[in-house]
Design a protein around this ligand. Sequence first.
Ligand SMILES: [Zn+2]
Length: 336
Amino acid sequence: MGAGMVAASEREPLAEEAAGTVCPACSEASRKAAIEKYLRYELFGCDACGLQFWEPREMPDARWYEQMYGGRDEKLLPLEPGHKYFLADPLAPRGSELLDIGCGTGNFLAAARDAGYRVTGIELDRKAAGFAKERVGLQRVFPLTISEFAGRHAGEKFDVVTFFEVLEHQAAPVEFLQRVSMVLKARGTLALSVPNRERWMTGPDVLDYPPNHFLRWNAAALKHFLSAQGFEVLSIREQPAGIAHTAQMINMALRTGMSQTAAGEGRASFRDVMQMAPEQAEVVLHAKPTTRQRAMQTLGRIKFAVCFPLAVAAYPYVRARGFKGTYMYFLARKRD
Ligand SMILES: [Zn+2]
């Protein structure tokens, strides 16, 4: 018997050893157990900076976003709270050169242009980028990643770089912010929004899973991250839970057999669809609902509508409790 075998038998069994993780925001190594599991993914929390991150993190390609977010790429969506917070932020520099990363069909860019900014946008979804250019009249919208844009437009720098609902999708947030920094002027400003991990929720949010979202931020984790990456945080705004959010919570609390049946027999959840191979997802995403499913959807909409008066009645309580909404907005300036 060799010495190696004795040593092996004295070791703890390998199964007992938790695989180590490294925080993608602050590089802190940890051997803590996962706080949530979903299929082959595990969610970890960083004790050093407060970020929650999924392992493994492999970002899908442009085609995946085009498929999953299809339908959003041929219309101008209303402005999101993060867009409005930026346009109303007294600390945001006005009338300067602005780049929006992940500009979609250009709703925010059009509003920023009207507010006096000279605007440029990049968007991975080629159809959305085409819509922004041809239908919204935004001349400078490119179907490029931030790296491709920085490479092809070397020397072009912006006073403001914005990225709303983009950072939570990143597999490597430090590298992403370094690329943002490359296209920012000295003492340039960035504005962003992410889903607030501390939002009022009673169950899982189907959008908040890999490969869609890899990172779950709260205000403390995001402030820590931006400061560590050389930015001075100027504004933080956490959206409070509103009437619609309250109605949604009441709707979920009143979850009946009806909605369960509709969910069970209806379309697969987005969380499951985004795990599918492109061909399979295509079938599910474009399946025509059956008559029964359509009836259930209509009943579901009526039930949700009934929740609104209840939400209005409950709202003073919701406000008093300080429940948070989905959006969290940050404005920060490059320190150099
Ligand atoms: Zn960390």
